[in-house]
Every structure is written in structure tokens, then in C-alpha cells.
Write a protein that binds this ligand. Structure first.
Ligand code: NAD
Length: 346
């Protein structure tokens, strides 16, 4: 564990097994320096335990950085459950997971992530108060996606301002990969701002709905990297900026919701050399966790969420400006600021 390449000084890495429900889970607590470690719970059918551990470690470190950049009083952590979300779910499994979360006595606060729904979290809530992203209860904040989308849109405007000298999207083409919970809302904002949209997804119904609303052109999933667009907005998967896609991208900026867009951090420098301005993912997509933080505070306030979101967009602008001024990759600037904020609170 301590020699693991993704260990990065985690405060705690907790393994849980429940024989009755079959639960196999890891809760990784990267840092509680800024507050309780908050981050979603992912259910995924990992190839092996090593892949599961690596995912937990990388995701929880990412949450520390994201929460620090959003300047919310939360540290970073993440939970992963080993299993197929379509066939392995049961109330017993999520109750066992709830007990696991509860055993950490508030050091970690869970919420939804890939494969885990609001209904699953309602079961977790039966065993522990350390859960957010609920749709019932006094401070319940519901689906964070609309707030994430708003932040991504505002961040994309900041990025456009630096890449094109204007945030006016009239006459600009944006290639959007993934039109799900976040991507769909992002498309609505973009269309309203006058952008031409080229969209892709593996879900034809979602594509048709967004295309009808926005007039977007639809392309095959693999063709999205070749689109003659001004901006690429990845809103589906991670690792989409890699050796293969880098050569194909003709855009001047990348700004989207997906987590872990760069396959490795070194891609940031390669993007810079190609003249592509990259909005670091965990900065631009922090709107959702701001919404969750409002719920965790126990006193949800729309005004507080809006103010934090506006500040986050400003922070993104500062990251981009510093990177451009010093000819450094934007992701390196964001990483440094996040680490400084965590160290200051330690
Ligand atoms: P989602 O599942 O609702 O949407 C993802 C969409 O991507 C789906 O429509 C899916 O069909 C599509 N997709 C899957 N594989 C694809 C492929 N190969 N090519 C094109 N499209 C593909 O998820 P979401 O909540 O909209 O999140 C999107 C991304 O944003 C994820 O990476 C997520 O981690 C990240 N994110 C989401 C939030 C949030 O508030 N939901 C917050 C921060 C980051």
C-alpha cells in the first residue's frame, strides 16, 4: 500500500467485506485537512482488486483537489464498491455499505457516483447520517448535474475569452461528447449563447432529444475528435485526451465536465504545445460538489451555491491566466494551487 504509485499520502484506506450481502468496498480518505473527506461512491465491475484500489486512490485524491479549488470546507475521499451495478445491487449491499461509512464516524461523507443512484443513497441513509445527494430531507440538494452544467458553461466562456479574445460564442462550433445529465444541460446553455453544436453519444434517444432542442448536428462517437470545431467539451468519459486523440483534435480549447480527461498529466504539456487551452477538469466541473457541500452544511442555500460557483469560475480564469503568462500547462498550475490550499489547512 505505502509504495503504491497512487498512494499520495492518503490518511486512510479502508477495506470492507460483508459476507452476507457480498459487499466488497474500499473507502479511501485522502485528506481531512480542510474538513470531512467528501466524494461519491462508485459501483464498478473491476477486473481485479488492484484496479479497484487504484481507482479509489486516484478518485479520492482528485476529490481533495476539486474541493480545495472550489474552496469548500471539505477534504477528499471516495468509495468504490466492487460489482456490476446492473445485476449485483441489493438493499442489503447498500445497508452494509452504509454501516461501513458509519464506522468511520464522519471522517468520510458519501454520495452518488457512477453506478449508484439517489435510491441507493436513501438505503445508505438508513445506516448512517454521513451521506449527501439525497432528494428527501431538510437540506436535500437532489441532482447536482444542473449546477455542474452551469459551472461548465460559465467556465467554457472564461476559456473562450482567453483562447479567442472573446466569450461571444456566436459563430463558434463546440463539439460535445456525451449528452447525459450534465452534457444535455451544457448543450442547452451553448445553443442559447449562439454556438453551433456537434454532438455525440452512444444513446440515440438522448442525441435525438438534444438535437431537436438545439439544432445540433449528430456524429458517430469516434468521429467527435475529428470535428472542425473551436472547442471540445468532453462530458462523457475520462482519458479522452490521449496519444491517439491528441493528433486528431483541431480545436483551440477543451472545456467539459468529464473527470480525469487527460490519460496522464503529461498530456497537459502536449496540449499546450499544440496551442490548445485546457480547462482543468476538476476545476471546471466543481459545481456539483458545491451543491452537495451546501447540503452537507445542513442549511442548503441557493445564494451560497451561486456565490461559490461564481468564485470557482473566477479561480478557473486565474489558473488559465497564470498558465498562459508563464507558458506552463494549466493542469500543473491547478495542481499546485490545490496542493498549496490543502497544505495551508493541514
Ligand atoms: P451521464 O451518465 O448522465 O452521461 C454520460 C453520457 O455519456 C451518457 O449519455 C452516455 O451514454 C454517454 N457516453 C458513454 N460512453 C460514451 C462514448 N463512448 N461516447 C459518447 N458518449 C458516451 O453522466 P453525467 O452525470 O452527465 O456525467 C458526465 C461526466 O461528468 C462524467 O465523467 C462524470 O464523472 C462527470 N461529472 C459529473 C458531475 C455531475 O454533477 N453529474 C459532476 C462532476 C463531474
Amino acid at each position: 500500500m505505502f509504495d503504491h504509485p497512487s498512494f499520495d499520502a492518503h490518511e486512510g484506506v479502508h477495506m470492507f467485506h460483508d459476507a452476507t450481502s457480498g459487499l466488497k468496498a474500499i473507502i479511501a480518505v485522502h485528506s481531512t485537512a480542510r474538513g470531512p473527506a467528501a466524494g461519491g461512491c462508485r459501483m464498478w465491475n473491476y477486473d481485479n482488486g488492484e484496479a479497484m484500489l487504484k481507482d479509489a486512490l486516484r478518485l479520492s485524491q482528485g476529490m481533495s483537489y476539486k474541493n480545495a479549488m472550489a474552496d469548500i470546507p471539505l477534504g477528499g475521499g471516495k468509495a468504490v464498491i466492487w460489482g456490476n451495478a446492473r445485476i449485483d445491487k441489493s438493499p442489503e449491499l447498500f445497508r452494509a455499505f452504509g454501516r461501513a461509512v458509519n464506522s468511520l464516524q464522519g471522517k468520510y461523507i458519501t454520495a452518488e457516483d457512477v453506478g449508484v443512484s439517489v435510491a441507493d443513497m436513501a438505503i445508505v441513509r438508513e445506516e448512517t447520517p454521513y451521506v449527501a445527494g439525497l432528494d428527501q430531507g431538510e437540506a436535500a440538494s437532489g441532482d447536482p448535474s444542473p449546477v455542474t452544467a452551469k459551472g461548465v458553461f460559465l467556465g467554457l466562456l472564461e476559456t473562450a475569452k482567453r483562447a479567442f479574445g472573446t466569450s461571444d460564442l456566436n459563430g463558434k462550433t463546440v463539439a460535445v461528447q456525451g449528452v447525459g445529465h450534465v452534457g444535455g444541460h451544457v448543450c442547452d446553455y451553448l445553443a442559447e449563447a449562439g454556438a453551433q453544436l456537434v454532438i455525440t453519444d452512444i444513446d440515440q434517444a438522448a442525441l435525438d432529444a438534444v438535437s431537436r432542442r438545439t439544432g445540433a448536428t449528430i456524429v458517430e462517437p469516434n468521429a467527435i475528435y475529428d470535428v472542425e470545431a473551436d472547442i471540445f467539451a468532453p462530458c462523457a468519459l475520462g482519458a479522452v485526451v490521449n496519444e491517439q486523440t491528441l493528433e486528431r483534435l483541431k480545436v483551440k480549447a477543451i472545456a467539459g465536465a468529464a473527470n480525469n480527461q487527460l490519460i496522464v498529466p503529461e498530456m497537459g504539456e502536449l496540449l499546450r504545445r499544440r496551442g490548445i487551452l485546457y480547462a482543468p477538469d476538476y476545476v471546471i466541473n466543481g459545481g456539483g460538489i458545491i451543491n452537495v457541500a451546501a447540503e452537507i452544511s445542513g442549511n442548503y442555500s441557493q445564494e451560497w451555491v451561486e456565490a461559490k460557483l461564481a468564485r470557482l469560475v473566477q479561480t478557473l480564469g486565474e489558473v488559465l491566466d497564470e498558465a498562459l503568462a508563464n507558458n506552463t500547462p494549466t493542469n500543473e498550475v491547478a495542481d499546485r494551487i490545490a496542493r498549496e490550499r490543502i497544505a495551508a489547512a493541514t
